[in-house]
Design a protein around this ligand. Structure first.
Ligand SMILES: [Fe+2]
Length: 280
């Protein structure tokens, strides 16, 4: 998958959200006509580079990165396989026509397998597990939005296994064995240890799952953008800059939407996070 999840219009909306600005506030601050801002946010207008730089500086975004995303001049390099003793399979699961990326994580030696996010219609996950000849024994949820957790009851019936989710998130229905997961918890999967990394902000209980040199991060960060801050914009910004982007540059990030990426790619190309992350 090469197309980014977010376009210029999405990024402008999310950056305005961070400042609690209306479209009119942005127009005044950047010195750009309100109608042009409206058309950009309706995906009808990609402005010239001078205007993009004005918008970036008003919104504290990195101008060249914003321009590259707006003009479809950048996507992250394809992610290389993690050298760890596991397989992480990315699966596109549709809710209507809207794709969500769910993951099957398998310990190569023991074949122990976890599902990370169910999607809304998880038949694709069941089919893939059959193809791989694995039987998932754990379900981990990054958050409980329907596009990520709506298929829980079907998978619970199929695999009769426990599901972990942060108790701060609204609790999804469909699991007969729902278990709390907190920041720093370790979940064993065969020989693997998966560490929970709290990344709230998109939702109150947003959780990422770290194994080897890979992090499945739900809707916290997207390649070239960030998730929508439904719970807290500053909270989400901190989750990304103080947690996700403090991992080494080569660590892989597997978001819930759009292409996989790395910490380094996002520090070099994400208009929100250019050169952010505390370890550099
Ligand atoms: Fe979400």
């Amino acid at each position: 998958m090469t197309q980014l999840e977010d376009e210029l219009g999405d990024i402008l909306q999310k950056a305005r959200d961070g400042k609690s600005w209306s479209q009119k506030d942005l127009a005044q601050s950047a010195g750009i006509a309100l109608d042009a801002i409206r058309r950009m946010e309706n995906y009808e207008l990609i402005p010239d580079n001078a205007s993009i730089q004005k918008l970036a500086s008003a919104l504290d975004l990195h101008g060249p990165s914003l321009s590259a995303v707006a003009n479809e001049a950048w996507v992250p390099d394809p992610v290389t396989p993690d050298p760890g003793p596991f397989d992480l399979v990315c699966l596109n699961v549709l809710m209507g026509s809207y794709p969500v990326t769910c993951y099957l994580l398998t310990c190569r030696e023991t074949k122990a397998t976890a599902i990370i996010d169910t999607g809304a219609n998880p038949e694709t996950i069941i089919k893939k597990a059959q193809e791989l000849n694995v039987r998932p024994s754990k379900i981990l949820l990054t958050h409980s939005h329907p596009d990520h957790a709506g298929g829980l009851s079907l998978l619970d019936r199929e695999y009769q296994c426990p599901t972990w989710i942060d108790p701060e998130d609204p609790q999804p229905s469909g699991s007969r064995d729902l278990r709390p997961v907190h920041d720093g918890d370790m979940i064993e999967l065969g020989n693997l240890r998966i560490q929970a990394v709290a990344t709230p902000g998109h939702t109150t209980g947003g959780m990422s799952f770290w194994v080897g040199e890979s992090i499945v991060s739900g809707d916290a960060i997207f390649a070239g953008s960030m998730g929508r801050a439904n719970a807290s914009w500053p909270g989400l910004f901190r989750s990304i800059t103080e947690r996700l982007l403090t991992f080494p540059d080569h660590y892989r990030l597997f978001p819930g939407h759009g292409p996989s990426t790395t910490v380094g790619e996002e520090k070099r190309h994400n208009p929100f996070f250019f050169a952010k992350g505390r370890n550099e």
